[in-house]
Design a protein around this ligand. Structure first.
Ligand SMILES: Nc1ncnc2c1ncn2[C@@H]1O[C@H](COP(=O)(O)OP(=O)(O)OP(=O)(O)O)[C@@H](O)[C@H]1O
Length: 726
């Protein structure tokens, strides 16, 4: 009996018309697979003697129609990536201006360089002109006499080849005849031109002689000594070609790539031409099946070596709207960290509007990156010394230049990195000490309380004035409503969140502010050098909108800042080097993640900007609090809720109702606790691990009842934990 051949389903293709009449073979090489169901195909046709081979074949692919319909071809283009009509560098004003400025500057330099050397060039040409004259005369003579064919004729003589000699001689006579005629004509023309020049005199004669000397000098110039040296020594990057990219990819040690590049492999394809894109080259690459862009990003350093470019020039990225194997490789002419950062557009003049995009930095291609802070919060994280404070400073300065915005700035390192903002901030603190951290917490409490007021104000407004229940530029501008943007800035926020006494409450407050504050015009800007779960509450890291991650050490920190799976999706701030200061991944503002470098503003420049911002605020009447010299410290600066609760519980009270506690707290600090409800107290105590429960107590009339309250021992325990006393 003939062997029954069943092909594994996925390997069977519909035969072409030419193949249809031939017995089909197992191209997969996988042979018989009895385990798979054999579905007979109509295409197998009548019994032609090969049925034993065809049995069990399943056709899974449709045969491509010979000629695609016009409509089909048209529709096929729907998913195609459209190349921009206008080159990207021309669409970005700043980039176009930079390019044109560079071109003009470059042209001017070259013109100037050669202009000052004109006398030298003239002298050189004059010195070379006799040699040129000799070359001209000798060359013309040789041409006229057909000297180039002389060796052939001599050869024929040496070989006693009379026939060839005579043929060559005839050939020579023919040539020489018309060449002599031309040469005589040329000579006559030269003679006439010379007499015309002699007769002309003056400027024309001088110009003609100079031109003659110039031409003769040029003819007399040795090939290895050009008259003009280069005005610029080119250090520009070599052109990026598909060959270089394929070579570099082949050197990454990825098996699938090597297979594709090997004999019989499918190779590597480029879905779009390699083009100039800003100050560098952009290549779109389709990696071999099974290779992902993250595989390449993992080996960025090796890729840079393969491309023979510095690491800071090589930026492989996923094409976010394409398949996982579509690589967008951008290779800059210059290392990103060597490029001189452009000046911050608002450094010398201008104001900001937090409802609109503010300039934050530039991307690898030198294009401006903007951020819109309103309705968002931002988190900046990095290893120490990588530029987190500089990045935060840009956002803080932009907020300062919006005269409407109220700034509360706490720099919890104590270095004075944000000291320029003292001039404009409503609340300001600098230091790692408990007092500064307590002041920060108190300010947060105030903001948390203010959120409720803002919410109420918005709720009361008529729908036509406030249709979306959120602060709009028009509402923010109405002073009476008290809805001006409030920007709360905390640098080195790990010192706040990891504080043994205040950390838990600060985490709760920040989480609440981040969740609720957006619509009410409250913006939280945080920077930390320790993005881990102990120093950055998950409620904060999970809800913050804008994230800028400079160099971090590992995947955990990376994902904590940029979001879960960021590392797996190729956003790896771990690939930045020590020299990549100020460079990071930015997510949350644009549709796609961006790599950017924040603008560089040092403390001195920040000072000048804040002077301007202060003047703006004075003019607008919005200079308040610390900056205005008012005692703006919140009532509860340095105050601990646990200490206060402990203070209002009598030593003979084992258990006490919450309603009694809030009443006593309001008496103790009316500015802080007035209006507190038992529920609010329960929420505020939660971060300290104190739970309220049903406790027995008596009211003023001595009537006993079971109500929600506090056990004194719980408070004492929390106080001991907070101070670290056993
Ligand atoms: N955008 C930038 N361009 C160029 N250099 C920068 C940029 N940002 C920061 N730097 C450089 O990096 C150095 C460190 O910056 P910064 O003080 O912001 O670091 P940091 O991450 O806040 O450090 P730390 O955690 O120790 O406070 C700066 O002194 C500056 O020289």
């Amino acid at each position: 009996m003939a062997e029954v051949l069943r092909l594994p389903v996925p390997y069977v293709d519909e035969p072409t018309d030419a193949e249809a009449d031939e017995p089909r073979t197992d191209y997969s090489g996988n042979g018989v697979d009895e385990s798979r169901p054999a579905v007979p195909s109509a295409e197998d046709g009548p019994d032609d003697g090969n049925n034993d081979i065809l049995e069990g074949k399943v056709l899974v692919d449709q045969a491509a129609p010979r000629r695609q319909e016009f409509r089909t071809r048209l529709l096929a283009g729907r998913g195609a990536r459209r190349r921009p009509i206008i080159a990207p560098w021309l669409r970005d004003r700043e980039e176009a201006k930079t390019t044109v400025r560079w071109a003009v500057d470059y042209g001017t330099h070259i013109a100037g360089f050669h202009a000052v050397r004109i006398p030298l060039y003239a002298a050189t040409l004059a010195a070379r002109s006799p040699r040129g004259l000799w070359r001209l005369v000798a060359g013309t003579w040789r041409w006229t006499c057909d000297a180039e064919a002389l060796p052939l004729r001599l050869n024929a003589v040496d070989g006693n080849d009379a026939d060839t000699y005579l043929r060559l001689l005839r050939e020579r006579d023919n040539r020489v005849r018309w060449r002599r005629l031309l040469a005589s004509g040329g000579l006559l023309g030269a003679g006439l031109a010379a007499s015309a020049v002699a007769a002309a005199g003056g400027v024309a004669q001088g110009a003609a002689l100079a031109a003659l000397v110039g031409v003769l000098g040029w003819i007399g110039s040795p090939a290895d000594k050009p008259l003009m040296g280069p005005a610029v020594v080119s250090t520009s990057a070599p052109k990026l070609t598909s060959e270089i990219i394929v070579r570099a990819l082949g050197a990454l040690g990825i098996g699938e790539i090597n297979k594709a590049l090997g004999k019989g492999g499918a190779g590597i394809t480029f879905p779009a031409p390699i083009t100039r894109d800003g100050p560098g080259w952009r290549a779109d690459v389709d990696l071999p099946y099974g290779v992902t862009v993250t595989d390449i990003m993992d080996r960025r350093e090796r890729l840079a070596s393969g491309l023979r470019r510095p690491l800071g020039c090589v930026w492989p990225e996923p094409a976010h709207d394409q398949h996982a194997g579509r690589l967008v490789l951008w290779v800059g002419d210059q290392d990103m960290n060597q490029v001189k950062p452009p000046a911050w557009p608002l450094a010398k003049s201008g104001t900001a509007d937090l409802f609109k995009a503010i300039p934050f930095g530039t991307d690898q291609r030198g294009r401006t990156i903007t951020l819109t802070l309103m309705y968002a919060n931002a988190l900046i994280a990095a290893m120490p010394g990588m530029g987190k404070t500089f990045a935060l400073r840009i956002l803080a300065l932009a907020a300062a230049l919006d005269a409407l915005a109220e700034l509360r700035t706490f720099e919890l390192k104590g270095s004075g990195d944000l000291s320029a903002l003292e001039k404009v901030a409503h609340h300001y603190g600098s230091g790692q000490d408990d007092e500064t951290i307590a002041a920060c917490l108190a300010s947060l409490r105030e903001v948390r309380k203010d959120l409720e007021r803002r919410a109420q104000t918005l709720r009361k407004l008529p729908k036509d004035v406030c249709p979306e229940n959120k602060v709009t530029p028009q509402l923010a501008a109405k002073k009476s409503l008290g809805l001006r943007p409030l920007v709360f800035i905390v640098d080195e926020c790990q010192n706040l969140f990891a504080h043994p006494t205040y950390g838990a409450e600060a985490a709760e407050l920040c989480t609440a502010i981040i969740k609720l504050g957006r619509a009410f015009g409250v913006i939280l800007l945080l920077a930390t050098q320790r993005p881990d779960k102990d120093s950055l509450p998950t409620g904060v890291s999970a809800n913050v909108g804008i994230r800028f991650c400079l160099r971090v050490m590992g995947q955990v920190e990376n994902d904590m800042v940029l979001g879960t799976s960021a590392y797996r999706n190729g956003l790896r701030a771990t690939t930045f080097g020590l020299r990549d200061k100020g460079i990071g991944y930015l997510v949350g503002d644009a549709d796609d993640p961006q790599i950017g470098r924040s603008y560089y503003i040092d403390n001195l420049t920040a000072d000048r900007i804040c002077e301007r911002a202060r003047a703006l605020r004075k003019a607008a009447g919005t200079l308040t609090g610390y900056a205005a010299g008012e005692d703006s410290a919140p009532d509860d600066a340095g105050v601990s809720l646990i200490d206060d609760v402990a203070a209002v519980i009598g030593s003979d009270e084992e258990k006490i109702w919450s309603e009694t506690v809030v009443k006593r707290l309001a008496e103790l600090r009316p500015g802080l606790y007035a209006g507190w409800t038992p529920g609010q107290l329960a929420d505020a105590l939660k971060p300290y691990g104190v739970a309220t429960r049903q406790v027995w107590g008596q009211d003023e009339d001595g009537k006993g009842a079971n109500r929600r309250g506090i056990v004194r021992e719980d408070i004492q325990e929390a106080a001991r934990e907070a101070t670290g006393t056993p």
